[in-house]
Design a protein around this ligand. Structure first.
Ligand code: HDE
Length: 690
């Protein structure tokens, strides 16, 4: 990003940026240092001296380098970018300018995260993903702290510590890391049926995103837009990725966790560095206040969606991520999101999960970032001006002039005083009620939307969900917990409960508890996702000496021209010899990579090359595994000879594209479509080892 692309936030950050290249070493007091390799000692073999201020400063700072990781969402990756509304059509519904000023580019920072694992855990675990956006608007910071699933595990924030304690590693041995497949989580789940809907999402492939760039985001709660006259409209926030919503498959994720634990983080970083800027569309579901009770669920219940077929998602703007942070700790780690950061025109509702979050985020930042001045950390500073009566505290960075840190005052001319028209005004909701600890009956149906989700899945999505339940519950030792979960699933769908029970050694329920209502919502399935681009898809070319260099060159240049990322893999790094004696550069040696790190594989022709690959277990396994994971496989000319030992069945409809005569034109059209389809999950691969 250069010149005019720089946002106001970017320019503000310049004041905090330090570039030490070309500089000599100093202490923190600016004293030049003569030696940082030997401490000051009394004699060459003598004790180190206390007066070695450089040594003490260096060690002391190091000793204090760590801050507490986030209690949830500890592992994340972030980027800067901008949000831009499409038009001014929301101006009649909200005072929020960033949503309704055409052409206004509001700077943002987005942090994606997993939830359960600690900072050093793997990216590709089965988990919810956080999708938190800080909009640095001219009216102040607005934080949309969402997830990649539209519902949540619990209805009331008071249950959050219970839920998180259950899902985190068990307290006696801190096992397992970043995994929900253990007794305590499922114990909580079976006893707390409100988790059922979210567990369906968590067991689906939504929990295994291929990329942060290919995942949806949701504000989850119902919020409120408020217009200039104080009129409210209920709103649900949706992010839709331009590249479509796509997932990995379970076996793949487990292998990626070892081969490249930074898979999603690296993907985000590399896409931005390569100029393929991730883009998402913001959509809103809007419900007039008078329709609050028009649904068969409660809008205040965060375990429910508003089906898109009932209230369509209205596209309102786009989010583009176009700059990686300069320093992970300073920016991605120190960014502090808070649900209560709202701007005029956006307000809360009485969702009891939302209300509890309003307390939690500020509270947690105080311990995590060490005091009340964390909003002054560069990444957290608004671009709007800040004037307040807050003073002092740890790490105060500002030098506030003047005498009157109070209101009202006469000494500083009464300033800063409350603003007039520009000020945030809370939505004037009339509230009338008794103080009671009670859940509304309108929150009572815990299964109906879990069934809706199940009914909406394609055949292969259902298979993956059943396999996920079997895997997770297969890791649960206590039989009564497994039985409890199956009992709850029988409320969702009888066939589902029976299939899960059969895989985990508990008795299948004899009868349905409740008849399946038969309703579905096509928008919930990933089977209908757009599959029209190969942009940023990673494609492996398997080669050995004797490869047909024209195949490599021809296919690669075509795919690269469409935005794909191509890599040439061979048994060893360096280069291989092409059939015509030319040199073909190798990007990576096979032993340093794996098929799970690619979206598709091409075997170019050249009989000598293909025969050598057929004798190389790494190469054969590469193709077999890619096939098993539903990836596009292309074989040009003699490349086809590798498919048999790899147990690949040639079938264009299932994404296995060959060109026996070596004709590239027609091959490229079919293969491009096969890659764009993301995965081919309907292949008969059960018997295939990988
Ligand atoms: Fe969070 N959540 N949460 N959460 N949450 C945190 O704040 C909390 C919930 C979400 O990248 C914490 O700074 C409570 C729903 C994201 O920095 C903490 C409840 C949704 C992130 C916290 C919820 C989220 C957090 C931990 C139940 C989706 C990462 C560190 C009432 C709509 C933000 C921190 C980042 C982080 C509390 C439920 C999303 C402890 C009490 C629902 C994306 O404050």
């Amino acid at each position: 990003m250069t010149g005019d692309d720089r946002t106001e936030k970017d320019r503000q950050l310049d004041a905090a940026r330090v570039d030490q290249r070309g500089s000599f070493l100093t202490t923190d007091q600016g004293i030049p240092v003569d030696d940082t390799d030997n401490s000051l000692k009394a004699g060459e073999r003598g004790p180190t001296l206390m007066e070695d201020f450089h040594f003490r400063e260096k060690i002391t700072h190091f000793d204090h380098e760590r801050i507490p990781e986030r209690v949830v969402h500890a592992r994340g990756a972030g980027a800067y970018g901008f949000f831009e509304p499409y038009d001014d059509s929301l101006a009649s519904l909200t005072r929020a300018e960033f949503l309704s000023t055409p052409g206004l580019r509001t700077p943002v920072f987005v942090r994606f995260s997993t939830v359960a694992g600690s900072r050093g855990s793997s990216d590709t675990v089965r988990d919810v993903r956080g999708f938190a956006t800080k909009f640095y608007t001219r009216q102040g910071n607005f934080d949309l702290v969402g997830n990649n699933m539209p519902v949540f595990f619990i209805q009331d924030a008071v249950k959050f510590p219970d839920f998180v304690h259950a899902v985190k590693p068990e307290p006696h041995n801190e096992i397992p890391q970043a995994s929900s497949a253990h007794d305590t989580l499922w114990d909580f789940v079976q006893l707390q049926p409100e988790t059922t809907h979210m567990m369906m999402w968590l067991m689906s492939d939504r929990a295994l995103p291929r990329s942060f760039r290919m995942m949806q985001g949701f504000g989850v709660h119902t919020f409120r837009l408020v217009d200039a006259g104080g009129r409210g409209t209920f709103v649900k926030f949706h992010w839709k990725p331009k590249l479509g919503t796509h997932s990995l498959v379970w076996d793949e994720t487990q292998k990626v966790a070892g081969k490249d634990p930074d898979f999603n983080r690296r993907d985000l970083w590399e896409a931005i560095e390569g100029g393929a800027f991730p883009e998402y569309e913001l959509g809103l579901q809007l419900v007039p206040e008078e329709d609050e009770h028009a649904f068969d669920f409660d809008l205040l219940d965060a375990t429910k969606i508003i089906p898109e077929e009932q209230v369509p998602v209205r596209p309102v703007g786009r989010l583009v991520l176009n700059r990686n942070p300069d320093n992970f700790f300073a920016e991605t780690e120190q960014i502090a999101f808070h649900l209560a950061n709202v701007v005029p025109g956006i307000d809360f509702t009485n969702d009891p999960l939302l209300q509890g979050r309003l307390f939690s985020y500020l509270d947690t930042q105080l311990i995590r970032l060490g005091g009340p001045n964390f909003p002054q950390i560069p990444v957290n500073r608004p671009i709007a001006e800040v004037h307040d009566h807050h003073r002092d505290g740890y790490h105060q960075m500002l030098i506030n002039k003047g005498r009157a840190a109070y209101h009202p005052n006469s000494l500083d001319g009464g300033m800063p005083e409350p603003a007039g028209e520009a000020a945030y005004t809370h939505y004037q909701e009339r509230v009338d009620g008794h103080k009671i600890r009670k859940r509304s009956e309108s929150f009572g149906d815990h299964y109906g939307q879990a069934t809706l989700f199940w009914n909406s899945m394609a055949d292969w999505e259902r298979e993956h969900i059943i396999a996920a339940f079997r895997f997770e519950l297969g890791k649960v030792d206590a039989r009564h917990i497994r039985e409890g979960v199956v009992h709850n699933l029988n409320e969702v769908d009888h066939d589902l409960a029976v299939s899960v029970a059969e895989g985990i050694g508990v008795d299948a329920p004899g009868q349905p508890l409740t008849a399946n209502h038969g309703r579905s919502s096509p928008a919930l399935s990933m089977d209908h996702e757009p599959a029209d681009t190969v942009a940023t898809r990673k494609i492996a070319f398997l080669v050995a000496d004797g490869v047909d260099a024209a195949h490599v060159q021809g296919v690669m240049s075509d795919l690269a021209g469409k935005g794909a990322v191509c890599e040439v893999l061979a048994a060893r790094g360096g280069a291989v010899r092409g059939a015509g004696g030319e040199e073909v550069t190798v990007t990576r040696a096979l032993p340093t990579t794996a098929s799970v790190l690619f979206d598709a594989v091409v075997v170019p022709g050249g009989e000598e090359s293909v025969r050598a690959l057929a004798e190389d277990g790494d190469a054969v396994h590469f193709v077999t595994e890619a096939y098993k994971h539903g990836k596009a496989i292309g074989a040009v000319g003699a490349g086809e000879l590798l498919l048999e030992p790899a147990r690949v069945v040639i079938n264009r409809e299932q994404g296995v594209v060959t060109s026996p005569g070596g004709d590239l034109g027609e091959f490229l059209t079919s293969f491009t479509a096969a890659v764009a389809a993301h995965r081919h999950p309907r292949r008969p691969t059960r018997q295939i080892p990988a």
